[in-house]
Design a protein around this ligand. Sequence first.
Ligand code: GDP
Ligand code: IMO
Ligand code: MG
Length: 421
Amino acid sequence: MLVGTQFGDEGKGKLVDYLSDKYDIVVRYQGGANAGHTICFDNKTVVLHLIPSGIFNKDCVCVIGNGVVIDPNALLEEIQKVEELGYDVRGRLFISHNAHLIMPYHKLLDSLSESSLSGEQKIGTTGRGIGPSYEDKFARCGIRVVDLLNQKVLEEKLRDNIAVKNKLFRNIYDKEEVDVDAMVREYSEFDKIIDPFVTNTQLYLNRQIKAGKTVLLEGAQGCLLDVDHGTYPYVTSSNPTSGGACTGSGVAPNHIGKVIGVCKAYTTRVGNGAFPTELEDEVGEALGRIGHEYGATTGRKRRCGWIDLVALRYSLTISGVTELALTKLDVLDTFEEIKVCTAYLLDGKEIHDFPTEHQTLSRVTPVYLTLKGWMASNANAKSFAQMHENARNYVTFLEEALDVPVTFISVGPGRDETVFK
Ligand code: GDP
Ligand code: IMO
Ligand code: MG
């Protein structure tokens, strides 16, 4: 499996696309269209939000697992986008019948609840309806993909749900009610379109595994945005960490082999919440400018800072990361000095354990170690040995400090800009 180890946007899409020719099946297991996974190939840049990043490998089957929340309109738009690029998805894209849907009222509630919060309290969500859809899932009133295939059930569930939501819109938010008949009509249209893709994916995946097929589970977001393990409440509403891959796909833990953690050579965060190594100066500005750090889903400017080993040690432990893919090393090519956060200072004392409680995390200051930059490009390096000595030292330092091997080094957004260590 492959997971994000920071605050998302580590370059998971690039890595999954790169690795997908070694796997038979790629599975998204959580999140929804809040994700933006960028893939660059054949002079094209494509951002995927729901479809797994193996779709541009024609031999790879892609599965949207039960743990994902799906906005049917966003999904159909994305299917069309992929097909327009010349990639047929029929027969190689399967959607879990158990995945929950994101309805228009979820998106509305997402934006209303954000706007009812003041300043610092705002999460800074992507506005894709993720939280409200997972709320309904766990409140056991959610509408699932399979419900789209049964008009009667769909209508009943929509009417029940909208009756409750309309009370919220009317009485709490002072907004217009949702037109239930229009929504019943709109969503009844999805049955025939979505039917060919709907599968019992848990069963499918386990049969394929038994038949010897290889599966890559693709995480969205990152460990520090995990609802249980991240910087709560400034998190997403699912489990991007490795545990979430099992519940979100129906693949049991004993089938999991390696856990590839994707990690940027520095840190970025989009949305609110504590970020100990954030740089609100010209260095942070330079990281953002050189790294083109704008959200792939919302276009928002990403906050930037140095790499954070306290946070990484924590997220590698939580996900049981067995190897690291280090991305965007090229963004550091022009920095004379590179800083690495090795500990935090809290009330004058050095701490090494990551505090997941917001009030504490927002009070820590980073302790940095400064390493020499390489002031050179590694774009032509075909192997680790061909990389600049100082770049190799940076990688080796991270391996030793995190006690995990770095197996891939990404030095550009393209498929071939990857060094296998
Ligand atoms: P994801 O959400 O983890 O898939 O990451 P995003 O796609 O949101 O953000 C990563 C961004 O960095 C995308 O624009 C990628 O094209 C780009 N990218 C990925 N790897 C590299 C790299 O090694 N170097 C550079 N310069 N860009 C990269
Ligand atoms: P990928 O898969 C970066 C952030 C949002 C916000 C918080 C909650 O591309 O790495 P949500 O809409 O999920 O309720 O927002 O999580 N967030 C992401 N940040 N990358 C992502 O996905 C993200 N998905 C959500 O910015 O802070
Ligand atoms: Mg992204």
